[in-house]
Design a binder for this molecule. Structure first.
Ligand code: AMP
Ligand code: MG
Length: 417
């Protein structure tokens, strides 16, 4: 007889769901208001701080989309007399005599009298002139003025991150300077008497500080300046000292010291400096996440000390919060739904994120499997992962072949374009 497996309910009534926590973060976070007008060359990765309307129509003139001949469609049954040329940047005559054509290149202005461009491959050239082999429809291969955008159109709204495509769009409209929010200043520290900086020898009971390198890399962003406040001892005085060194920061992020142990002082210090908003999330890993204000305009995240918990709470809460402070949207990334290759176990009571690898088999089909041991100190299984599997609060695990929600790590990154 199969014995029922022992199920531990992991629920904590005082813990918030991820959605509730994100809502509270959004309500409490101070947002940047300082705006700078900077050269577009320096604006990659910054957040646009005003609505930008098109100052001109693009393309600004009727332009050819092909190399070939500008023609009057009605004339194309006869051999056409070659009457001049229009090259990109060197427009030819506006006029086109009846029964003639103009040699044209891609991007060149189409003469007003022409109503189509015939691509070179569909023509034959001889001493008598140009013969059209494939009859064009009116408008063929002509880019009309304003077909990309019209003067006065909203091009980019305030709150949009300026990536490569946005900067190309501004340039195509002749815009060379742009209003952006100033960079967000983030102060970073690790707490723990046991922590040593890599490069130094460990003494008994010590471990290396993995969280600052983790967070420094995760926070790398063209719109963020990081102040490194180093490693802080487990004492209220030491923590207060670090906080006073962080007065210029918009956001302070510490890791460790947020549980209920004797050396966990973050909560107490935050309460005395500002206000605590919440400190428990119904998720695994990462339950003891502290969020609050450490000054009137300064937000504070106290991340759990275990590196995997610190990484996941940064992905799910800190990075969205940073985007929100910068004037952008706080939305979570899109998820995929993939079949599972391994059996997964879980206790009900909190939503769980398991480190996983999504991969494609020889037939091109995608599936997802676990990276193994899921304890929150196990960095090797984070290193091997390329995605997270989300198992919902009431789930007791999943079986091979089940479809599960998958968040590829790349989806958390800023879009390339
Ligand atoms: P704490 O939240 O301070 O109780 O820490 C939880 C666990 O994470 C302990 O095992 C700590 O030693 C470990 N830990 C805390 N901070 C770090 C860090 N910066 N790098 C690596 N491990 C850490
Ligand atoms: Mg600690």
């Amino acid at each position: 007889m199969k014995l029922p497996s022992r199920v531990i309910n992991d629920a904590d009534p005082s813990a918030l769901s991820i959605e509730q926590a994100l809502l509270r973060i959004r309500e409490a976070l101070p947002r940047l208001t300082d705006v700078q007008c900077i050269d577009c060359v320096d604006a990659a990765g910054r957040t646009c701080a005003s609505d930008i309307h098109s100052p001109m129509s693009v393309p600004p003139f009727r332009a050819s989309a092909m190399d070939g001949y500008a023609v009057r469609v009605a004339d194309c049954q006869q051999t056409l007399k070659l009457d001049g040329e229009s090259m990109a940047g060197h427009p030819g005559s506006d006029r086109l005599e009846v029964g003639s054509c103009q040699r044209i290149t891609t991007g060149a202005r189409v003469p007003d009298d022409a109503d189509a461009v015939v691509q070179q491959e569909n023509t034959e050239c001889s001493e008598d002139g140009v013969t059209v082999r494939v009859m064009p429809e009116p408008g063929l291969h002509i880019r009309n003025p304003g077909s990309d955008s019209r003067k006065g159109d909203l091009l980019i709204s305030s709150g949009t991150r300026l990536g490569p495509s946005q900067l190309a769009l501004l340039a195509a409209h002749g815009i060379s300077r742009v209003d952006v929010y100033r960079k967000l200043v983030v102060a970073l520290l690790s707490t723990g008497d046991e922590l040593r900086k890599p490069g130094n020898a460990l003494e008994a009971g010590q471990i290396y500080d993995a969280n600052r390198p983790l967070l420094q890399a995760m926070l790398r962003d063209d719109a963020v300046d990081v102040i490194d406040l180093g490693i802080c001892k487990d004492s209220v005085t030491a923590l207060k000292q670090r906080l006073s060194a962080a007065q210029d920061a918009d956001l302070v992020i510490s890791s460790g010291g947020v549980s209920v142990g004797d050396a966990d002082h973050v909560r107490q210090v935050l309460e005395s400096h500002g206000q605590i908003n919440f400190w428990k999330i119904a998720m695994k890993p990462g339950r003891p996440l502290t969020f609050g204000l450490s000054g009137p305009e300064q937000a504070y995240f106290g991340l759990p000390g275990n590196p995997v918990s610190a990484a996941l709470t940064t992905l799910l809460f800190v990075l969205p919060a940073i985007r929100h402070m910068q004037g952008r949207s706080l939305a979570l990334p899109p998820a995929l739904n993939l079949p599972l290759m391994d059996e997964l176990h879980k206790n009900p009571g909190r939503v769980e994120y398991q480190r996983a690898v999504m991969q494609q088999d020889s037939t091109g089909t995608w599936s997802v499997g676990t990276t193994g041991l899921q304890d929150s100190h196990v960095l090797t299984s984070l290193h091997k992962a390329n995605c997270l599997i989300e198992l919902e609060t009431d789930s007791r695990g999943a079986s091979v072949g089940d479809h599960v929600l998958v968040y590829p790590f790349t989806h958390f990154a800023e879009p390339l374009l």
